[in-house]
Design a protein around this ligand. Sequence first.
Ligand code: NDP
Length: 492
Amino acid sequence: MERFPMYIAGEWREAASGEWFETQNPYTGKTWALVARGGEKDADIAVEAAHKAFTTGDWPKLNASQRGALLRKVGDLIAERAEQLAEYEVRDNGKLIAEMAGQLRYIPQWYYYYGGLADKIEGEVIPIDKPGVFNYTLHEPLGVVLAITAWNSPLLLATWKIAPALAAGNTVIIKPSEFTSTSALEFVKLFEEAGFPPGVVNVATGFGGEIGQALVEHPLVRKVAFTGSEAGGVKVNQAAAPGMKKVSLELGGKSPNIVFDDANLDNAVKGAVAGIFAATGQTCIAGSRLLVQKSIHDQFVERLVAFAKTARMGNPMDMDTQVGPVTTPPQFEKVLSYIDVARNEGAQLALGGGPATRPECGDGWFVEPTIFTGVNNAMRIAQEEVFGPVLSVIPFEDEEEAIRIGNDVAYGLAAGVWTTSLNRAHIMAAKLQAGTVWVNTYRAVSYMSPFGGYKRSGMGRENGQAMIKDYLQTKSVWINTETEFPNPFAMR
Ligand code: NDP
């Protein structure tokens, strides 16, 4: 059995306790590797190492252009190893190789983009209102940044955090999900190969409630960038509060995907499928509430069911598989329990509705693509995040009702709108309470465009130029240009 130790200060380390935990392949249901189960002691070692690399040695001596060059170099290495890294991801999270390889080929762009930004972090000279002083700002790194990630897109989510963090001059500890730790441990080798000094990028593995919590609480961690569930985000935010750490949270969603009767319905059907069955519905931005205008409701559902029925399930390593397994056994149980919840609430099953027992699904944790109609937005199935291939179809009358239902959830991560009316597209984009609104498309993200949630979907944003500021702190410098010091008893 392959063993994956942690990577701290440029060295491979077993957990201080000597303990390991199993990682499983969601397609076979079998354990394929052991990962070091870090605890409090390992958290201390990792943070001390990252802090040391931040304050001494080669990293703080590099100028910003040199930091940028290192980031671009690691981008090149990731591009070279994209397929191999994607295979680690699939073995751990069961997502499709077609999707993960695409993600891995795209990830280098974050390192090129933020590598380019590294030497464009400029302070300002303030035309200060007081005579005899010169005032300017410096934007300085924070120190040790902790990147905690979910299991659905481990390296992409880690990259959203570590590329800007490193460009800004911080050092980083990645704490991957316990279900998908191996890809980060392969990935980190590329940072060493690119020439990042030891301790600048570290990977600490183990359980959220053990090493995760200890890392968040460590006084030398200055920022926690978290992607995960709402419950996890609340815990992390609470644990970070006494230490006055900066926190960014990318959490869950219950996003509305809204189809008007003037939409291109062929595209809207594909958009509905992209919203909920791509990635087996295990995306924070899943369009899990499909709002369909009443005038086209029945014909749209019929077309959607016919199309969704054709989805090919099976081995995620096959390039033509379209729906893979659910990533973890607890998640598999959770998805099935929500199917029961929907049934008990009176929603009508239009497709699927249980575990997939097709021969091509083997022993994996597969759930049939499931569609419920007749869903009322007050039902639990419309309000709570399932994180699986379960769609709730909710009818609406007009624009006003679509906006009301669309916004009537605790979350606000994303929304989709399908219409050919430009006017309506702009009205909807303005009125929907979501960090991302897609019109006539779905599930598009880029390193260039801010991503994050309204309401309970999180705090802060990732991606885009402005985000680098989240990894910096601003210092205001005042230089007296007069020879004499004025009245010391008055504020200057
Ligand atoms: P969790 O909240 O369970 O876990 C996320 C990460 O936090 C894991 O690494 C976990 O470790 C760690 N963690 C858990 N508890 C603590 C703690 N007390 N202190 C420190 N770390 C902790 O989320 P999931 O992994 O189940 O991911 C699914 C969720 O992620 C969904 O809600 C989804 O919507 C959301 N998500 C949000 C995205 C966004 O960008 N908005 C993108 C992708 C997913 P461990 O695994 O060991 O428990």
